[in-house]
Ligand binder design. Sequence first.
Ligand SMILES: Cc1ncc(COP(=O)(O)O)c(C=O)c1O
Length: 287
Amino acid sequence: MRPPVIFQTTPFFSSSGDRRLNTLAKHFLQTESENNRNMSTSPTSSHGDSVFAHLVLAPEDPILGVTLAYNKDPSPVKLNLGVGAYRTEEGKPLVLNVVRRVEQELVSNPLDYDVALSFCIICRARNKEYLPITGVADFNKLSAQLIFGADSPAIQESRVTTVQCLSGTGSLRVGGEFLAKHYHQRNIYLPKPTWGNHPKVFTLAGLTVQTYRYYAPATRGLDFQGLMEDLGAAPSGSVILLHACAHNPTGVDPTAEQWEEIRKLIRSKALLPFFDSAYQASFFTCN
Ligand SMILES: Cc1ncc(COP(=O)(O)O)c(C=O)c1O
């Protein structure tokens, strides 16, 4: 998931929004640090030709920064007053029994599969402390491995940055805002048709929405020629939104060979692919 610092401030962004984006931007640059030990940096830190090479480190979040400073402080009598949370006499996180009991009830009587699954993941071994702004480090690490493959060269060469966000919609919004603020091109091309919220989310994020041909009603299949023509005509650097699998709403995906053609075109025109991977788990076997 997440997520960066000379940031031009535009009237569109609130100061808290700026801070969030600045913090995410930072993670595209920093080497391993205490709060994201398992998160690797993006090419921006090592490849001067990256489109994000101009980004510089943001200062720590002022509130969570206190906790980072506290963790680093070797003093035996230190006290963290930055975060309002219950502590044991030893200063360890205290999770109220009632919270544990309710969690247990939810897990043993799941009303809803997704809720139960989320709870299982979140409850186990979590001590209810505030997370770092970029999310759970292990979750990020495993997500990247799921998407890119555990032996991915991109991961091994520290060219992947992962930020955990709230839901798919939230991730799209954060990604869109990040690009609107830090990327040189504002055009984002969406397939026609696409999930109904895509145009709204990206417009509100500050990007200019365009479309590319995708679905051919006559064949009820992919309009591959139209897609290639439209992406071929997009200005260099444009952002191209692609559904990783199970395209919503058509259910039509490119074949492996067509993906390869799309990849080559995107690379040759220096377009920026932006994958919305909404149904990866549900449709794993179909794609
Ligand atoms: C293509 C696509 N992206 C994103 C989402 C939103 O995901 P979430 O419900 O996690 O916000 C959906 C949900 O329908 C979707 O179809």
